[in-house]
Design a protein around this ligand. Sequence first.
Ligand SMILES: NC(=O)c1ccc[n+]([C@@H]2O[C@H](COP(=O)([O-])OP(=O)(O)OC[C@H]3O[C@@H](n4cnc5c(N)ncnc54)[C@H](OP(=O)(O)O)[C@@H]3O)[C@@H](O)[C@H]2O)c1
Length: 332
Amino acid sequence: MTTQQIVLASRRKGAPTLGNFRFENVELDEMEENEITVEGLFYSVDPYMRGRMNDAKSYIAPFQIGEPIEGAVVAKVTASKSGNFKTGNIVVGKLNWRQLTIANEKDLRKIDTSIAPASYYLGILGMTGLTAYFGLIDIGKPKAGETLVVSGAAGAVGMVVGQIAKIYGCRVIGIAGSDKKVKILKEDFGFDEVINYKTTKNIKEAIAQCCPKGVDIYFDNVGGEISDSVIANINFKARIVLCGQISLYNTTEVPLGPRLQPMLLTRSVLMQGFIIGNYESRFPEGMQHLQQWVKEGKLKTIETVMHGFDKLPLALLGLFKGENTGKMILEA
Ligand SMILES: NC(=O)c1ccc[n+]([C@@H]2O[C@H](COP(=O)([O-])OP(=O)(O)OC[C@H]3O[C@@H](n4cnc5c(N)ncnc54)[C@H](OP(=O)(O)O)[C@@H]3O)[C@@H](O)[C@H]2O)c1
């Protein structure tokens, strides 16, 4: 059986382009015992994939040139040699960017589409929802009445962070890259204030104005100058959750910023990075909370959906141009 796949064609310093990907036809092997053939329905594109395009040692291995890109995929079982899966089951797992693929049963998990649409398992009920939950609860430790600032606020992780912080009774300030995103976060997601970092000249001052009592929790999705401006307003015993640094992922030289250590020291601030994989053993706890809040209508989501398997690289590159509001999804 022939199918189409997308491989890494070349590496790039700076912002990647469509030329760094290549489409090719590939012949699938015969299924063996405990294997399943699946057809991709929804593909997740995530900022961490940019790091995997570099040949650099990190917490996850780089993509190899000429080898398929892989990521989280929601798929339909089309044939099965596993007692645990049957044709028609909807599953999620880390799979190659192929239209059809053969996977081992241990790499797939059935999902319950009666709770939420299948694509939610790539976002609010998937990796980005869990990232928001554990980063905020475990490191941010929100308390009622505290002020939380989240950057990348209109993205998959940021939007969930803000809503969970509201559930915990925090005052929530978002930072996002367009007036449309500002409006959505305030009107549809209950953020108290949102700053458009692209049109605000002095972000440090804008944060001071929005946070008259200072910043108790900063959930950092972007890094760079935005984070410098937030940290300048940080409170005594504040927590900084280092989740992502997307503003630096395509830089060719790491920009110098202010020395933060004296401020962190004198204000007794905790700054902690994390990788969601650290929390794998606690995923059931996170999923239970996220599902409950979604059911109760306390946690909402939006998705930006691009259509067509051939648009997958475009969807990934779109993350770095702010083309998504909420979770970026590719529907095949
Ligand atoms: N630690 C972990 O385990 C973990 C897990 C998942 C995600 N993350 C990180 O969390 C962050 C958010 O991930 P996500 O999946 O939720 O992505 P996302 O926020 O849905 O999408 C990326 C967003 O980042 C913003 N952005 C892009 N370039 C930027 C720049 N130069 N400066 C400021 N903002 C920029 C864009 O929004 P604007 O329009 O607002 O610019 C874009 O929509 C990323 O840094 C990601 O690497 C970490």
